[in-house]
Design a protein around this ligand. Structure first.
Ligand SMILES: [Zn+2]
Length: 53
């Protein structure tokens, strides 16, 4: 089996994934995946952010 070294965009850690799973595996842990998804949500401003400043 061939493993590919990748760098997690969230925490910067190096991790290894199976070559077959390379495209699906972006983050080193589920925790980092969750963090990345949370940050994506935060980029969309909530309506109250637009009107209270
Ligand atoms: Zn990570």
């Amino acid at each position: 089996m061939v493993y590919i070294k990748k760098i997690c965009p969230v925490c910067g850690d190096e991790f290894f994934v199976l070559k077959d799973a390379e495209e699906k595996a972006i983050y080193c842990t589920l925790e980092c995946l969750t963090k990345a998804q949370d940050e994506k949500k935060r980029q969309i401003p909530a309506p109250c952010d637009l009107f209270t400043h």
